[in-house]
Design a protein around this ligand. Structure first.
Ligand SMILES: *Cc1c(COP(=O)(O)O)cnc(C)c1O
Length: 385
């Protein structure tokens, strides 16, 4: 039996995997020690659990455990990376290069930098969502201290040419920060091969709990240093003070272990379902895909349904189908998505777009249902016009 509503909004957040919840449970009321308490076994138990989780996260991205800084999520990681590098490398320069289609956590951190006297270049993207590498090269200045480009976009799933970007950053002697909240756990992310110096992850985007994330900070080639944005106690190698959220960190570690094991099969399964959803909707409704077709996350499609609006579709289906128009953070606003606008979509097509993000618990039956609901609704709305 199909349980309604069907959830196809896995880029906004994912279901916490029951195996993750099970791993977390003992750390609430049994092993409730403070990981910073070094004088008794409660503290040792907590510290040991955090150490294991640190290794599990590090393993997934091919980092060393000492390079993992636990935070409250990718928003905090993005803030720490951008503001932390900007403040710490002030003697070198005050310029940052980023992209117009980044997540608000990156863009708003950059706006903050501009208010503090920094200068930021916002690269435009091509109509397929990819950046132009020559544009990137041209915009690096002697004063550039950081290049911030996301791994995969939350609205379209478009994957940027990460290795080419890091090669350009290396050659220019500029640090490369990558918001990989949508990529880690879904596709292979390898901070060494990919040449990434700082990287953000969020547990709740990969079947872990909400309110916990990581900033990877390279300690070798190069050794990156940061100005802490949270003071008090010197936790996490002085990069992020505050008592560690041990149950959430344990769950995050378990989520990483599961993704590392299941990613190859899971991504194939989801890609086949995504392709079927996309193909049938294109056949039946003449939908158009937003974003590059080759360089894209396997479980995401962003479609525009010409002659309709996403709001009108959602009003009719939101009791049965959970999808998103624009990103979750901006969908309360009536404005067209800034990501789609940056890809030169006109307002009407941007306002007629829906994001479908499949996940670990998505079934073929649910995809059949989604196809039928969307297809019928789009046809009905077009008849009304
Ligand atoms: C979800 C998301 C974030 C924010 O992560 P939180 O852990 O919810 O703060 C940042 N960047 C991208 C690309 C995201 O998808």
């Amino acid at each position: 039996m199909l349980r309604l509503p069907v959830y196809l909004d896995n880029n906004a957040t994912t279901c916490c995997d029951p195996r993750v919840v099970e791993a977390m449970l003992p750390y609430f009321s049994q092993h409730y020690g403070n990981a910073a308490s070094h004088t008794h076994s409660f503290g040792w138990m907590a510290e040991e659990a955090v150490d294991i989780a640190r290794k599990q996260v590090a393993s997934l991205i091919h980092a060393d455990a000492t390079e993992i800084v636990f935070t409250s999520g990718a928003t905090e990681s993005d803030n720490l990376a951008i503001k932390g590098v900007f403040e710490n490398y002030a003697a070198k320069g005050n310029h940052i290069v980023t992209v117009a289609t980044e997540h608000k956590a990156v863009l708003d951190s950059c706006r903050h930098i501009e208010k503090k006297g920094g200068s930021v270049t916002y690269l435009q993207v091509n109509s397929d969502g990819l950046i132009d590498l020559d544009e990137l090269k041209k915009n690096i200045l002697p004063s550039t201290v950081l290049i911030a480009v996301m791994y995969a976009n939350n609205e379209t799933g478009v994957i940027q040419p990460i290795q080419a970007i890091s090669a350009i950053a290396r050659e220019a002697g500029v640090l490369f920060f990558c918001d990989a909240a949508q990529a880690v756990g879904k596709i292979n992310v390898d901070v060494i091969n990919d040449g990434i110096d700082l990287l953000s992850i969020s547990a709740h985007k990969m079947y872990g709990p909400k309110g916990v994330g990581v900033l990877y900070v390279s300690r070798k080639k190069p050794r990156v240093t940061l100005t802490a944005q949270m003071d008090g106690g010197g936790h996490e190698r002085n990069k992020r003070s505050g008592t560690l959220n041990v149950p959430a960190i344990v769950g995050f570690g378990k989520a990483c272990e599961l993704c590392e094991k299941e990613m190859p099969d899971e991504s194939k399964r989801l890609e086949a379902m995504r392709n079927r959803l996309e193909k049938v909707l294109i056949d039946q409704t003449d939908a158009t895909v937003n974003g590059n077709l080759q360089h894209r996350l396997p479980h995401v499609t962003n479609l525009s349904f010409k002659g309709t609006t996403a709001n009108n579709i959602m009003m009719r289906i939101n009791s049965k189908l959970a999808v998103s128009s624009g990103s979750a953070c901006t969908s309360a606003l009536p404005e067209p998505s800034y990501v789609l606008k940056a890809m030169c979509l006109d307002d009407a097509l941007a306002n007629a777009s829906l994001r479908f993000a499949l996940g670990r618990f998505t079934t073929d039956e649910e995809i059949d249902f989604a196809i039928q609901e969307i297809s019928n609704t789009v046809k009905m709305l077009r008849e009304d016009f």
